[in-house]
Design a binder for this molecule. Structure first.
Ligand code: FAD
Ligand code: A2P
Length: 410
């Protein structure tokens, strides 16, 4: 490397045209390099370590922008705050591209795969359908009409979780199971700026909540307390849970190009979720239920955690599904007289089944729901592998590279 090359750095930037200001990147960044004003989300060159932890969670891909700059003259925060669009490629970008062109394609490909899931590009199952993303942005949202709002949790349950159906009329809004949409809550925040977009997983299959209708459903929990248990009124969840039939909602998206289901016959799904993390699992299960008579094979195994049966969204319909169609494992944490169980505890009780699926290239694993669950599930996988003569640390990158392991926690 010569002295001139040492002065070049890759600067991480956010595309202001695509960014939906959902705050996910700022929450994710481990070194607090991302900040925002009323206009833009920006990355502090002095703090960013290029770890890319923020890249996979970004729903739009706006976060994944890089420019080659000289270390002495990166784009400042003030410059980034003022942008309406990203600056074009620089001479340095062209120079670096020329240098990289000399690196054999196989070497670049190996680097990309090794990065998958470690801040690199997350990949979908090989047989996933191609998703549409970013069809609608904050500057160009689509209006959806509420065609249903049903409480899913029992009357005596502590949480209010709702099944909300949005109809898009004759406007296109194609989605796949596993994708999310963004909702723009009406009104302004305490600083007088528009509320940021909140994301919600689609809970219905690709052909609609009602088959062959241009609609989709969401599973929304009314947030009434913050993560520490203090009273709080969640802006968007309360707006959604209070909607009436006929109301209009501003929607952006769709988002998500990796947390998608495989389409090939014989593919099995292991679905692990808590609370509203059941939304994408419901979408995938319903997709498979509607195609059952095609007898395409492949198993469905569900691990579902909730406080108690009455707190479980879709508990009734789930229980009606035949045992040979789906293998359901509940974990209840607050049933009086019963020991507290989390999904990871139940996963351990099914160690043989889980190990067989982890080892099966036709099995795809999905985790969605509480952020806190993620570490527990990974720990359970690590232990199960150790007992079955497998090495989780080696298996994990392989699962990621094959699009077999997908996590969406919030
Ligand atoms: P805010 O006004 O943003 O927050 C109010 C207070 O509550 C804050 O203190 C905040 O820290 C705290 N808080 C925020 N969320 C929670 C929570 N879940 N539990 C406890 N305290 C909280 N939500 C769903 O209900 N269903 C989904 O299918 C769903 N899918 C998602 C998919 C993705 C990819 C992501 C990133 C998030 C998803 N969420 C989902 C969460 C959703 O985007 C909102 O964060 C959630 O509805 C809270 O928004 P709010 O505006 O009501 O609360
Ligand atoms: P808990 O009773 O300890 O809150 P919620 O109802 O808040 O959406 O949570 C859904 C389920 O996830 C609850 O049973 C909750 O148990 C459980 N849970 C909470 N923390 C974790 C964790 N770290 N790992 C797995 N499950 C968890």
């Amino acid at each position: 490397m010569n002295a001139a090359t040492e002065l070049i750095a890759r600067q991480h930037l956010i595309d202001p045209e695509i960014c939906i200001r959902c705050n996910t990147c700022e929450e994710t960044c481990p070194v607090d390099a991302i900040t925002h004003d009323a206009r833009n989300y920006v990355v502090d060159f002095a703090k960013c370590e290029g770890c890319q932890a923020c890249v996979p969670p970004c729903p739009t891909g706006a976060i994944d922008n890089w420019r080659n700059v000289t270390k002495l003259k990166p784009y400042t925060l003030d410059e980034q705050f003022s942008w309406d669009v990203l600056p074009g490629r620089t001479e340095l970008d062209d120079h670096v591209a020329e240098v990289q062109a000399d690196i054999p394609a196989e070497v670049r490909a190996i680097t990309n795969v090794a990065n998958a899931g470690h801040g690199g590009i997350a990949v979908p199952p090989w047989s996933a359908s191609h998703p549409y993303v970013n069809l609608y942005s904050i500057g160009n949202p689509i209006a959806a009409t509420v065609s249903g709002n049903l409480r899913l949790t029992g009357d005596d349950a502590s949480s209010d979780i709702r099944h909300i159906v949005l109809d898009f009329g004759h406007k296109p809004f194609p989605v796949l199971e596993g994708q999310s949409i963004g909702i723009i809550p009406p009104g302004l925040d305490a600083n007088g700026t528009p509320h940021h977009v909140r994301l919600y997983s689609v809970a219905s299959p690709r052909d609609g909540e009602r088959p062959h209708y241009n609609n989709l459903s969401l599973t929304v929990k009314r947030v009434t307390e913050d993560h520490e248990g203090k009273p709080a009124r969640g802006v968007c969840s309360n707006f959604l849970c209070d909607l009436k039939k006929g109301d209009t909602v501003q929607v952006v998206g769709p988002y998500g190009a990796a947390f998608l289901m495989p389409n090939h016959p014989g593919a099995s799904l292991m679905m692990i979720c808590t609370g509203t993390g059941s939304a994408p699992m419901r979408a995938m299960t319903e997709r498979r239920r509607r195609r059952r008579e095609l007898k395409e094979g492949g198993e469905l195994v569900l691990f579902f955690g909730a406080r108690a049966p009455e707190e479980l969204p879709y508990f009734g319909p789930l229980q009606k599904l035949p045992k040979d169609f789906i293998d359901i494992n509940f974990a209840f944490s607050r049933v009086p007289g019963q020991p507290k169980q989390y999904v990871q505890d139940v996963i351990r009780t099914r160690a043989d089944k889980v190990a067989a699926m982890l080892a099966d290239d036709n099995a795809y694993i999905y985790v969605c729901g509480l952020k806190g669950m993620e570490a527990g599930v990974i720990e359970a996988f690590r232990d199960i592998c150790a007992h079955q003569g497998m090495d989780w640390e080696k298996l994990r990158p392989d699962l990621l590279a094959k699009g077999r392991f997908h996590i969406e926690t919030y």
